[in-house]
Design a protein. Structure first.
Length: 428
């Protein structure tokens, strides 16, 4: 079929025909233990997959100076990944449709203790409808779907009649600087689709996120003289208690933000990591607590950071120990604002039509109290940033998994969206 545009049924059949290959590709992606700083191998593999399909391939390095100069940039720390961003570019013979960015991230969060997984986290397993493994849902299934939605059109002898840019980014789980770097490098399109695991829903609103570390220094003594020392771990917990007050105050403002008013607790402060002390029988002289907190769309990241610093300073000023050795606050990861996806765009209407054709149901929207790279394109590219993807469970937890039947439906919707948004032309 090369003369006329493929029908919806043709596209659905082409996705189904290629789905076994898509599952194999997804399993291969999950097999890479691509935690932060270890994404080089999967990115090299991705570059080969793009090049093998005839896409123009480029590798993009993160530029700390450019990132630091941008208001959406997170601090570039020693822990920052130096793996490249991989770009695959399709150019049509003649542009007749609208351009599109298909983006996904390859970095995954740590798996945690392996004995708490039913299946080894980086040895993907299929049980019934579910594909298990770290990153299976978040978001290697979506990463593969970007490629295989295009493959389905090609299987029918067609390709997009507009430029399509495939972006495989890093740092999504820690800073968002990978997606920001694509913006800084000038990659643009008239719409962006990011197939994060959203249970076949479209993200309407999304919080911003800050990462920060609170460090306290104490005075070590032997435990027999504990009253004469100053326990840095105990002091950190007093600081965290004060930050819980700030979290409560921000949650009390949810009615000012219509998309978040129905959520029980949209602003979450997470004490994600704590370390301190050197010896069980010594009063600890130091403690560091790594934290994450959300912020509403419209709240500037630097204003939220100042509020956190003020909160910590206030508790220190009234604490007998901390007033002499004030805690230090360091912002060392996400420094990102939230966003709201404006209703009424052509891109959303086209995706809703494609979703209905693929699933038989109307597309629903959802508010997500977590970080998403779509914020880069919504806030700085100022184009519709559509975050929409398959059903997933246990994301960031043990036995993470993605529904394969949902993944096939979403891939079909994506292929239909590409055909409608970009138009199609016969493959040369």
């Amino acid at each position: 079929m090369t003369g006329t545009a493929p029908s919806d049924d043709d596209i659905a059949a082409a996705v189904a025909e290629g789905f076994a290959g898509q599952i194999a590709h997804t399993r291969a992606l999950v097999g890479f233990a691509s935690t932060r700083g270890r994404e080089h191998a999967v990115q090299a593999w991705t570059a080969r997959a793009f090049a093998g399909r005839g896409y123009e391939v480029a590798e993009l390095a993160l530029d700390p100076v450019a990132i630091a100069a941008h208001p959406g940039g997170a601090p570039v720390m020693a822990e920052h990944s130096d793996a490249p961003i991989v770009i695959g570019r399709h150019r049509p013979r003649r542009t007749a449709g609208r351009s599109l960015i298909l983006q996904a991230h390859v970095d995954v969060v740590p798996a945690g203790p392996g004995d708490l997984w039913t299946h080894s986290p980086f040895e993907p397993a299929i049980v019934g409808d579910w594909l298990y493994g770290r990153g299976a849902a978040d978001m290697k299934a979506g990463h593969a779907a970007n490629l295989f939605a295009l493959d389905a059109l090609r299987r029918l002898g067609h390709q997009p009649a507009a430029e399509v840019i495939l972006q495989s980014v890093v740092e999504e789980e820690s800073t968002g600087n990978g997606a920001l770097m694509t913006h800084l490098a000038g990659y643009r399109a008239e719409a962006v689709l990011i197939p994060e695991p959203m249970d076949e829903r479209l993200v309407r609103a999304n919080v911003g996120v800050l990462w920060f570390t609170v460090e306290v220094r104490g005075r070590p003594v032997h435990v027999r003289e504990m009253g004469e020392g100053a326990n840095a771990i105990d002091a950190v917990y007093r600081v965290i208690a004060a930050l819980r007050g700030l979290e409560a105050a921000w949650n009390a403002q949810k009615d000012r933000h219509p998309h978040f008013a129905a959520l029980a607790h949209p602003i979450n402060l997470n004490l994600g990591r704590i370390e301190g002390g050197d010896w069980a029988s010594s009063v600890p002289a130091w403690c560091r607590a790594s934290c994450r907190i959300a912020l509403y769309p419209g709240m500037a990241a630097d204003a939220a950071a100042r509020a956190i610093e003020a909160c910590v300073a206030d508790v220190a000023a009234t604490d007998p120990f901390l007033c002499r050795t004030p805690p230090r606050v360091t912002f060392d990861g996400f420094f990102a604002q939230g966003y709201v996806l404006d209703e009424g765009s052509d891109a959303e209407a086209v995706l809703a039509d494609a979703h209905r054709a693929a699933t038989g149901d109307a597309m629903r929207s959802v508010t997500m109290p977590c970080y998403l790279d779509a914020r880069v394109h919504a806030l700085y590219d100022r184009v519709p940033a559509l975050c929409y993807g398959p059903v997933g469970e246990n994301i960031h937890g043990f036995d993470e998994r993605v529904s394969l039947s949902s993944l096939q439906r979403v891939t079909t919707a994506m292929a239909l969206f590409i055909a409608r948004w970009c138009g199609t032309e016969p493959v040369a």
